[in-house]
Each structure stands twice: as structure tokens, then as C-alpha cells.
Design a protein around this ligand. Structure first.
Ligand SMILES: [Zn+2]
Length: 195
């Protein structure tokens, strides 16, 4: 079965998060190449490469394994909530079950309710739309706050995503179980010895 445009876009998004692995002067060129690929080319690419950098996993499994960068805004035992990288509106997020399943469960729905409530309080949208989607066989729920001025999907910048993440998390009763980034402990530098 050929992949859908939605899936192809998700794979593109994922590939674009991997640009840090390339030399800086090549990144722009590679990003252009990725963006210009058709759905068929993306599909062929995934097959050819067996997405080995994902360890044979789907994008969301890779996010859950902390192998792919994401902007987490909530988490519970069975699900994580992350910001969509190509949002339609402010607060557009995905609630991703930690298990790669064909259908989402009641627990996913309860995190959706929790995050929706939070987004309503923070950003006062007119309404909140919830869609069940399946990307690379991984079922998840999408939360789209509607403000009435929605346009096209667009790539959000890293700064935008970071500040939105902060805004949603502070002052927060939602606890993040795992730290977002691995912190490298600073090695104290000893002052030079004067002989
Ligand atoms: Zn998965």
C-alpha cells in the first residue's frame, strides 16, 4: 500500500530533524532536497534505507525512545504529548501512545482531555478539534485548537516550538517524567598552578 501524503510529510519532518548530523554547509542543500521529494520518492527512500537510523522503528517509536527530538508538553504512564512540528494553529499537538498500536486506547483519550483543557485555558481557542490519525502504523490523536484564522500547515522554527513548550509547561501541574535533554555534567576546570 503506498504511503499517504500525510505520512510522507511526517517522514520529511523527521528527516529534517536529523540535519544536525550533517556538516553545516550541507544542511540547507539537504533540507531543500528533502522538501522537494515526492511522496513516491519518500516511500522509495524509506524502503531503500529501511530507516536504519530509526533502528527499524517508526518516527513516533523513535521519539518515545528519545532517539528523535521532540517538544514534549505532557506525559503519563502510557502516552506522551508533543508539539506538532508543522502546526496549523498555536498549540497543535499530538498525543502519542508509547506502544505502537493500530488503535488508540482510553488512556490516550484521557491525556487528550487533560492537554485540551490546558490549551483552552492558556490560549482560549474557539474550539478544539481532535482527530485520530495513523502514521507508519502508529495510531495517535491530534489536538488542533481552532481560532478561526487557520491557514496552511507550516514548519515551525525551533525557537517558536521551544517558547511555546515553555509557555504551555509553566506554571504547570503536568509533570514531565523524563528530562527532555541529557545533561552533560560540567567538569570543573582547575585554576592554573603558579609554580
Ligand atoms: Zn511506532
Amino acid at each position: 500500500m503506498p504511503i499517504t501524503t500525510e505520512e510522507a510529510n511526517k517522514i520529511k519532518e523527521h528527516l529534517l530533524t536529523q540535519l544536525d548530523n550533517f556538516p553545516e554547509d550541507k544542511r540547507e542543500q539537504i533540507a531543500e532536497q528533502i522538501n522537494s521529494m515526492s511522496d513516491e520518492q519518500i516511500e522509495a527512500f524509506v524502503k531503500q534505507n529501511k530507516l536504519t537510523h530509526l533502528g527499524g522503528q517508526c518516527i513516533f517509536c523513535s521519539i518515545i525512545a528519545n532517539k528523535t527530538k521532540s517538544y514534549k508538553i505532557a506525559e503519563d504512564k502510557d502516552n506522551i504529548a508533543i508539539l506538532e512540528l508543522m502546526p496549523i494553529s498555536k498549540g497543535h499537538s499530538l498525543i502519542v501512545p508509547k506502544e505502537h498500536l493500530e488503535k488508540t486506547s482510553e488512556s490516550t483519550n484521557s491525556l487528550v482531555q487533560e492537554v485540551s483543557k490546558k490549551l483552552k485555558k492558556k490560549f482560549s481557542p474557539q474550539e478544539i478539534k481532535i482527530n485520530e490519525i495513523k502514521i507508519m502504523g502508529h495510531a495517535l490523536l491530534e489536538i488542533i485548537p481552532i481560532y478561526g484564522d487557520e491557514t496552511e500547515k507550516r514548519q515551525a522554527s525551533e525557537e517558536e516550538l521551544k517558547s511555546l513548550q515553555e509557555e504551555i509547561l509553566k506554571p504547570s501541574e503536568i509533570k514531565i517524567e523524563k528530562p527532555q535533554e541529557i545533561k552533560i555534567e560540567e567538569i570543573p576546570i582547575l585554576p592554573p598552578r603558579i609554580p
